[in-house]
Every structure is written in structure tokens, then in C-alpha cells.
Design a protein around this ligand. Structure first.
Ligand SMILES: *Cc1c(COP(=O)(O)O)cnc(C)c1O
Length: 368
């Protein structure tokens, strides 16, 4: 994470010292590196631009990864589109300057009001996740006098080998349409008066460090596209979802975007399909930090606690699925490093940001 590094013994975000930010804005505070954000998106754009199958591609940032308006605005200005899952996210991306024609709408629970809102905005595509959702969209589009562009989110039943909470493409998942049902549902979509079949999509999971499951999923989706084409149902774009992982610990190897995309793009060359991607975590996950202050140290018989002014409501991932975030002091000190449970003030035992971390602390500021 070269955008956050020590300079004269003090951690900096790019060229700005973190204690200066804490002093000016208070803690807890999220701090983002604009150059890290730009670099992460640019890595995708460069690989796509350099490949014949990626020329017309669209990168739709998955807003759930971080919906900060300044981040959305930065990505919009770089030409990105957005993958949204609610009417609220639609409002946010439009407020941040998104081009409606670059918005895809995912999610298993779209309400009638959200569908109308997205039809009025004129989004690029609805990613449909079930048969009743397709029927509802047809009905709402009819009321609005519009034809809704759709893609079916197909569940390729591929194991992404990641945490069960972020594994989304197995047949027992709540997401998407079962692979074996997809053909029939496309026939239904093609027959509905207020629906326009536009594409196909899949998203198999998150934090994938091995590109192989992406290739496996693509192979299965390509078989479906060929069956659809043979039936005269034209697919214009292929949305491969997000899921590319990032490095959380120093000993992890972060896969490159080129190693992830090249095998996929190679398979798509000459097929005339517009490629859509929905990266989330990969664009933002290592581009920010949570600046927080140690309020009290509470040594104990079995455990030492460092009580900080940030909590599970600021960063829920450790409490939700024991996700790991590095915890570093802003001004590293020399001394003994007892193991601390780094906890917030919320009245829940699950309110921790890290457990048993060897840290040399004094009340002051630490960094996540
Ligand atoms: C979460 C999600 C993404 C983004 O996944 P990342 O692992 O953050 O890249 C993309 N598409 C859909 C439908 C999602 O649910």
C-alpha cells in the first residue's frame, strides 16, 4: 500500500500527515488516496483498451463497495459506469454525475418504485435475478410506456472458493437464475411486450484470488449464449460481474488485473459482444484507511483491550465475518507489544476491529 507510508516516522496518506488530518477533521475519519483510486480503475481501463475484445467495454463500479459521493464522482469523471442495487444508490450515482446509460441495476429485491425510478432515469440495463422480478418489470415498464432493457443474472454453479458470505454463484445461493432455468426464462423475456433482451450476466462471488473460477463461469455462460443465438435471441452484452480480490496481508499475493482479464477477453475475441465488468472491492479496498484514536487502554487478566473511538458501525466487516484489516500506529513507538483486542464503544461483544494484535500503544491515534 504505497499510497500510505511512513515519512519521517509519521504515517502519511500520499503527502498528507495523518495526525494533521486527525487534528483538522477529528476522529474517527475515513481517509482515501485519490491516486490509489485512480490507479485501481486505470488498471482495468488499460487492460481493456489494449485488448481487441475490450475496446467497447464498460466498467461499472459496484457501489456497495463504497458509496462515498466524492469517490463516485471521481470514477464517473474517469468514464466509469455503476452497478447499483437500490433506488437510493441510483440517486447517489446520479447526484455524483453518473451517465444513466452506464448504469446496471442488480439485486434480488427491486421494488416497483425502484423499477420506475430506473426506467425514468433511462439506465443501461436491469440485471434480472428471478422469474417474478421479470414479470414485475414488464408490468411497470408497460405502465411507463417503456421497454425495459434486461439481462438475466445466470447462476453458473461455479465454486469461487471464497468465504461463504461472499460466495454467490452456487446453485443454493439466493442470487440469480438457475443455469438450467435460464433458457426458458430468456424465451419468456423475449416474448414479453415491454422487455428488450439486451445481455447476460453472472457474478460468482467476491475476493477471488484465483482467476480459474471466472474462466469456468464464462465457459458455461458462453454455452448459453450460443443456445440463445441459435433460437434467434440476440445477446448484445456480456456482464462478467466483479469479484477480483485484493491483498489484506503482506504475505498475500494480489492477482493482477491483466492475469484475470486476459484469459476471459481471449475467449471473447471476435464474438461481437460488449463486455461489462462490475468491480467493487478491487477499486477501493486498498485505497482508504480508518483513522481512529485510542481512548483507553484496559489491561486485563486474560486479555488486554484497546478501546478506540471507531466501532463496528463504522467498519462492520470484522464483526460481520471476522475480516482482517491491518492495524498500525500512526506514529510507531518502540517498546513492548502486548496482544490487544482493539474494540469500539458499542454494547456488543462482537464490536471489535481486530483481535490479539501485538501493538505498542498509548492513548492517541492508531490506524486501520
Ligand atoms: C458485490 C457485487 C459486485 C462487486 O463485487 P466485488 O467483489 O466487490 O468486485 C458486483 N456485482 C454484483 C452483482 C455484486 O453483488
Amino acid at each position: 500500500m504505497s499510497h500510505f507510508s511512513l515519512n519521517k516516522g509519521v504515517l502519511h496518506a500520499e503527502t498528507v500527515s495523518l495526525p494533521a488530518i486527525a487534528e483538522q477533521f477529528g476522529t474517527p475519519a475515513y481517509v482515501y488516496s485519490r491516486s490509489a483510486l485512480e490507479g485501481a480503475l486505470q488498471e482495468f481501463l488499460d487492460v481493456l483498451n489494449a485488448h481487441p475484445a475490450g475496446a467497447d467495454a464498460l466498467v461499472c463500479y459496484a457501489v456497495k463497495a463504497n458509496s462515498n459521493l466524492a469517490i463516485l464522482n471521481l470514477f464517473a469523471r474517469m468514464g466509469a459506469g455503476f452497478d447499483i442495487v437500490s433506488g437510493g444508490e441510483l440517486q447517489r450515482v446520479l447526484a455524483a454525475g453518473a451517465d444513466p446509460q452506464k448504469i446496471v441495476f442488480s439485486g434480488v429485491g427491486k421494488t416497483a418504485a425502484e423499477m420506475k425510478q430506473a426506467l425514468d432515469a433511462g439506465i443501461f440495463c436491469f440485471n434480472i435475478e428471478s422469474a417474478p422480478e421479470l414479470e414485475r418489470l414488464n408490468e411497470i415498464a408497460g405502465q411507463c410506456g417503456k421497454k425495459a432493457p434486461v439481462s438475466l443474472r445466470v447462476n453458473p454453479n461455479v465454486d469461487p472458493k471464497t468465504h461463504p458470505y461472499i460466495s454467490t454463484g452456487l446453485k443454493e445461493a439466493k442470487f440469480g437464475v438457475a443455469y438450467d432455468d435460464a433458457l426458458a426464462l430468456y424465451r419468456r423475456a423475449a416474448a414479453l411486450p415491454n422487455i428488450a433482451v439486451a445481455g447476460i450476466d453472472c457474478h460468482i462471488g467476491s475476493q477471488l484470488l484465483d482467476p480459474a473460477p471466472f474462466v469456468e463461469a464464462l465457459d458455461r455462460v458462453l454455452v448459453l449464449i450460443e443456445q440463445l443465438t441459435a433460437e434467434g435471441i440476440q445477446i448484445h452484452h456480456l456482464d462478467l460481474g466483479g469479484g477480483l480480490g485484493i491483498k489484506y496481508k503482506d504475505d498475500q499475493v494480489q492477482p493482477t488485473v491483466v492475469s484475470y482479464l486476459t484469459p476471459l477477453l481471449d475467449k471473447l475475441a471476435g464474438r461481437g459482444l460488449k463486455v461489462v465488468l462490475e468491480p467493487g472491492r478491487r477499486l477501493v479496498g486498498n485505497a482508504g484507511l480508518l483513522l481512529t484514536r485510542v481512548e483507553f487502554l484496559k489491561p486485563g487478566e486474560g486479555k488486554n483491550f484497546a478501546i478506540i473511538d471507531a466501532a463496528m458501525n463504522d467498519l462492520m466487516r470484522p464483526a460481520l465475518y471476522e475480516a482482517w484489516h491491518d492495524i498500525l500506529p500512526v506514529v510507531p513507538r518502540v517498546g513492548s507489544t502486548p496482544a490487544y483486542d482493539v474494540v469500539g464503544p458499542v454494547c456488543e461483544s462482537g464490536d471489535f476491529l481486530g483481535l490479539a494484535r501485538p501493538l505498542c500503544l498509548a492513548p492517541g491515534i492508531c490506524w486501520l
